[in-house]
Write a protein of this length. Sequence first.
Length: 337
Amino acid sequence: MSVAVVGVGAVGGRVARHLLGGDDAIVVHDVNQTRLDEVVASLGSGATTVRPGEREADVVAGALADRGVRVTVLATPAGQQRALATALVSRGISVVSVGDDVDDVRGLLDLDAEATERGVSVVLGAGFSPGLTCLLARHAADTFDHVDEVHVARVGTGGPACARQHHRALAGESLDWRDDGWVRRRAGSGRELCWFPDPLGGRDCYRAALPDAVLLVRALDGVERVTARLGANRRDRLTARLPMLRAPHNDGGPGGVRVEVRGARGDARDVVVYGAMDHPAVAAATVAAVAVLAVKGVVPGLRRPGAGGLAELTDPLPLLRALAERGTKAAIFTGTT
């Protein structure tokens, strides 16, 4: 069974390196010929390419199917995933997406019925957040009799595509789930001080156009409130509705995620807070690689075919163990609230 990675930027290139060396062939593709050549050279003879520079979704999907690819990681920028994922699923190829764009996530969720019928998986948001945060939220929720609230926050960016998405997210509308309905609010509002694992510490986080609630509401029956916030400084918020004033960085440095789950155990109310600190691109690539292994059955935990986030499609514990073995570990807050 071959595995493909489409989009070999800061995350996709690392995903390919994670998966290299197994029994499967690695096929990589990118519309940027220069970047593709660099990644293939770094991977050595274990990787091959298909139609370098090709942009047509049906052509790329057909070429991957001809190579015997059964799972494809989509690490492309926002707005470029729906067409290719549709073409891949129609050919019986599972998809693991690291995208965190709300429209992309909703579009890929529409593939649930076809993916289920064909017996393939479309794993959404398989990155740092959503991704690791979904696994942590699901794991925490499983310790409660009933979950009332989930609050997710993240700080930091990975490569250039991640930085651009961070910029767009602060200019859009946030999606909060409250009392069985969606509440839209202006991104960049709702300042909240969120505490992340050291050395990140406390950071100001704001509402943003993030897909976390879309994925978690599907996974957690009866949850009453789900929010997601993004770390930002004053300049980020002031310039969010303007074109980016300078080229995005290749690596944004360390970042973090925080997941707070509130609910009931018997007659008692309780709160669980998980957090993780890592370079976002590194953590996202590790989560995506482990998601591929889950789809292939190498790592147990995949519950069913179809489209959904990691909190919906998988049992979190085997995946969290696999992530810890690869250096992506979470911590639990043990202080006082």
